[in-house]
Write a protein of this length. Structure first.
Length: 195
């Protein structure tokens, strides 16, 4: 049986048209159903350390919530950057910290756990809402970086986001495209105060 190239062209054109159409329909997904915000940030210089607290408003719905309920863990990143003002009012980053929080759903117990990956401390919750409410009052104390004078004009910046890089392989690719997976707050900033 001989198949000519001319007879394959219409089929291939239809194939690529179908693939392109499916891609166009798939890409403009609904807007992100989850929203992360950082507010009410406060950083206080106490001795040689900075105590930072902030209000984290985290909502996880849509595809991320479905994936979580099916046993796929989600990693939340809370990033803090410390800046120092220069003479020209420019701010230069002089320190950064990151908290990695692993959120998991356990189907046998129908419970959620939140693990702080740096310390391996795990908290247990009945619902996703309870878990996210626990994170609402975020606090962290860090040591002031070497060479920083407590009298410097310091500014703290904070952001919280979902780490798409920690998702399993196939889901990682989907998360790069779908807006439901682009969860993250804007960078919020505030001055570091001395009590």
């Amino acid at each position: 049986m001989h198949v000519s190239l001319n007879s394959l062209l219409p089929w291939m054109n239809r194939f690529w048209l179908a693939v392109f159409s499916a891609g166009v329909l798939w890409l403009p997904a609904a807007p992100a159903m989850a929203d992360f915000t950082v507010s009410e940030g406060k950083s206080v210089l106490i001795g040689n350390s900075i105590k930072t607290s902030a209000h984290l408003d985290l909502n996880i719905n849509g595809e991320p919530a479905i994936a979580l309920s099916k046993g796929i863990p989600l990693t939340l990143l809370v990033k803090s950057h410390l800046y120092r003002a220069s003479l020209a009012s420019w701010h230069f980053k002089i320190g950064e910290w990151e908290d990695r929080l692993l959120l998991e759903h356990h189907s046998l117990s129908n419970r959620y756990t939140l693990t702080t990956l740096d310390s391996s401390i795990t908290e247990d919750f009945a619902t996703l809402t309870e878990t996210l409410d626990f994170l609402r009052q975020y606090a962290k104390t860090v040591v002031l970086p070497d060479g920083v004078n407590p009298n410097d004009a310091l500014q703290m910046r904070m952001q919280v986001s979902l780490s798409r890089g920690d998702l399993p392989g196939p889901l990682k690719l989907v998360a790069l495209v779908l807006k439901d997976w682009r969860l993250g707050s804007d960078w919020e900033r505030w001055q570091v105060t001395i009590p």
